[in-house]
Design a binder for this molecule. Sequence first.
Ligand code: URA
Length: 442
Amino acid sequence: MKLMPQEIISHKRDGLALSQAEVEQFVSGVVSGDFKDYQSSALLMAILLNGMTPEETGWLTEAMMRSGRIVELPEITRPKVDKHSTGGVGDKVSLILAPLVAACGLCVPMMSGRGLGHTGGTLDKLEAIPGFRTDLTDAEYRAQLALLHQAMIGQSADIVPADRKLYALRDVTGTVESIPLICSSILSKKMAEGIDSLVLDVKCGLGAFMKTESEARQLAESLVAISARMGKPTSAILTRMDEPLGHMIGNSLEVIESIDCLKGKGPSDLMEVTYALSAEMLILGGIESTQEGAMTALKGAINSGAALEGFRALVEAQGGDGTVVDNYNYLPRTGKTKDILLDNDSSMYVQGLDARSFGDAACILGAGRVSTDSIIDPSVGIELLKKVGQAVQPNEAIARIHYQGVDALEAAEARLEKAIKLSSKKPVSSSLIIDQISHENY
Ligand code: URA
């Protein structure tokens, strides 16, 4: 029996578990328009407040996945493994990892998103490369996967249309931070990509959507359990996102840092996360059976230049200028910088670099969106000259702002001065990798 939207809403409002039929009716109603935006928003809020059982979350994910086209890639013989991050600041891991694991034998059919709130998006970073297209046709995408074993594109409008609608509503109704809604949003899109298995980077901390380790762990467990129900082995790695990852924030700057990583000159924190996620991808894909074997293969692909050449081939195949790999002057740059110094009159240590504030400052400079119609400026961003734990002498700069407009510069500067914390004692360093939630336990 088909229920009225208000009946389904009241069931969730009253704390009941929805049936599979109710969940499916909601998702099809979102796409068809039978559920009006105000009704969907009310149900989203009821889900945020009252939660969902694992069964409901699984049904929601499957119904969303089936709301559009599901890609199948039977012609690809290599294991098809993707990676997804729940979002952070300075997180350019995808740009390094895709050519890296493709050089080690996997196929990476990566469909990514744009920046969300203060977090950066892979598509925005890639589009800093002049000519780079993230809107390949289905035929171009398949041909590239067959040839290069990697492609990095945006999701076309016919894949998970329910999430497009629901995400836009969640963004403006205070309903983003809900584990069942995040789970179904991420997994419906990933499972529609035609992958065999998935590795998730679930971030927690100041610059992540999940602030505490316990929330991030709950999200990771839910993501791994739902993927297992859907027959796609998935591992989640819990990583810390208190300070930005690597030294660069902003689209051109992050492309430069990614290429440096592929040349073997990457910062240790960024490489630690990249290697952990890449190694798990090789293991899930059956290319390597141990962590040690995976690390040897990954380091070999960097040292031989195979991963770097894979990135150049990816850029050229997607319409970009491959010479950026050799000459960073081909990327948009501002030519205007301002250094940030604090007024310490003795040697101090960087105790904290609040990733959220750095992400917000980068958005203000134009690297991200402050409203849905904002236009990204690929040239702007922030360079960290010091990371947490490093010493800062008097008159030594901690960060460098790459800016275009003076108003944006001043607004970003004010935030960064508050975001940087110094201390006379060297802070105790903690590992970036907190834990791994393995598919084997589900
Ligand atoms: N990324 C998504 O795709 N969806 C969410 O809900 C959160 C992060």
